[in-house]
Design a protein. Structure first.
Length: 272
C-alpha cells in the first residue's frame, strides 16, 4: 500500500485526488496548506495541518496547493509530484506514457492541452499542418473558477453587475478569446467543466489522414463530444471528420482538465 500525502486536500483538485487514491486502496494523508480553518474542520474529509513529522513515513507528497510554510518539505526525502500551475519550471514534466521512472524524485504536471497535443501522432496518421481552437472551461481555476462563474451567473440573472474579482474577467454568458499561442487559439467559455480542442488538420505531402487505434485513455466517438459528456468521462473523447479524400479533416477532442488531465496521469504514473 502506497503512503501518499495530498497537500491542499481542501481544494477542488485535492478533494478529487484524496477520493480517487483512497478508492485505489492507497494510504492517504489529507493535509491543509496551513492551520486548519473552520470550513476545513467541518469538511467531510478529515484534514490535518501540515507538520514535517507527519511526513516521516510518507513515500510521496502531491502538491495540489502551496504550503503556508516554505520549509515544510526541506527535509523530506520521498518523491514529490507538483500539480500546481506555478510549479518550479526546473522540475521535469510528468511523462506522457508509462509509470514513474526509477531515479527521478520529482515531477511537475504537464498541462492537459499539451498532453492532448502530444498524443496527436498516435491518433491520426499522415499528419501535416495542425491549427485549432481550445474551448476552455473554468475548471482549470479550481473552486475559485466554479464559484466565480456561479456567482456571476446568478448576479446577471438578477439584473446586477457581476463581481469579477474571483475570475479576473467577466465569464458568465461570455466567450473570451485569449492571445493565440502559435496556431492554437484559446477561448474561455462559460462552462464549469469539460474542455474541447477543435483542430483543423492537413495531411502531409503525398499522405492522407486516417484514424489510428485508440491508445490507452482515448475513446473514439461517433459524434463530437459535448462539454457535459466530457466532464464525466475519464477518457479523451475523439472524433475525426475527414474531407477532401482524406487530405484535410477536423479532429474534435474533449477532455476534462482534472479528471483526464490530472487524475488519470497520476494513477498511471503510480501504477494504479
Amino acid at each position: 500500500m502506497q503512503k501518499i500525502a495530498v497537500l491542499g486536500a481542501g481544494s477542488l483538485l485535492g478533494r478529487e485526488l484524496v477520493e480517487t487514491l483512497e478508492a485505489k486502496d492507497c494510504s492517504v494523508l489529507p493535509l491543509t496548506t496551513g492551520p486548519t480553518t473552520l470550513d476545513e474542520e467541518l469538511s467531510d474529509t478529515v484534514m490535518f495541518a501540515p507538520q514535517p513529522e507527519l511526513l516521516e513515513e510518507i513515500e510521496l507528497v502531491i502538491l495540489a496547493e502551496t504550503p503556508a510554510s516554505p520549509d515544510l518539505l526541506a527535509d523530506f526525502t520521498g518523491a514529490i509530484l507538483d500539480l500546481r500551475p506555478d510549479a518550479d519550471p526546473a522540475l521535469p514534466l510528468l511523462p506522457v506514457l508509462g509509470r514513474w521512472p526509477e531515479g527521478t524524485k520529482a515531477f511537475r504536471n504537464r498541462p492537459a492541452v499539451d498532453q492532448v497535443l502530444a498524443l496527436l501522432p498516435r491518433l491520426v496518421s499522415g499528419l501535416g499542418d495542425v491549427a485549432g481552437t481550445h474551448l476552455r472551461s473554468v475548471a482549470f481555476l479550481g473552486d475559485q473558477g466554479l464559484d466565480g462563474l456561479m456567482e456571476q451567473t446568478v448576479a446577471i440573472l438578477k439584473g446586477e453587475d457581476p463581481d469579477i474579482e474571483k475570475l479576473g474577467y467577466r465569464a458568465a454568458f461570455e466567450v473570451v478569446p485569449q492571445v493565440p499561442r502559435g496556431r492554437l487559439l484559446e477561448i474561455r467559455v462559460p462552462a464549469f467543466h469539460g474542455d474541447l480542442l477543435v483542430l483543423h488538420l492537413t495531411a502531409a505531402p503525398g499522405a492522407v489522414l486516417a484514424p489510428l487505434a485508440a491508445p490507452e485513455g482515448v475513446q473514439w466517438t461517433d459524434h463530437p463530444a459535448t462539454s457535459r459528456e466530457v466532464a464525466v468521462s475519464p477518457h479523451l473523447l475523439a472524433h475525426l471528420n475527414l474531407a477532401d479524400e482524406g487530405r484535410a479533416g477536423i479532429l474534435t477532442l474533449g477532455f476534462d482538465p482534472i479528471l483526464w488531465g490530472t487524475l488519470m496521469p497520476v494513477l498511471r504514473l503510480l501504477g494504479l
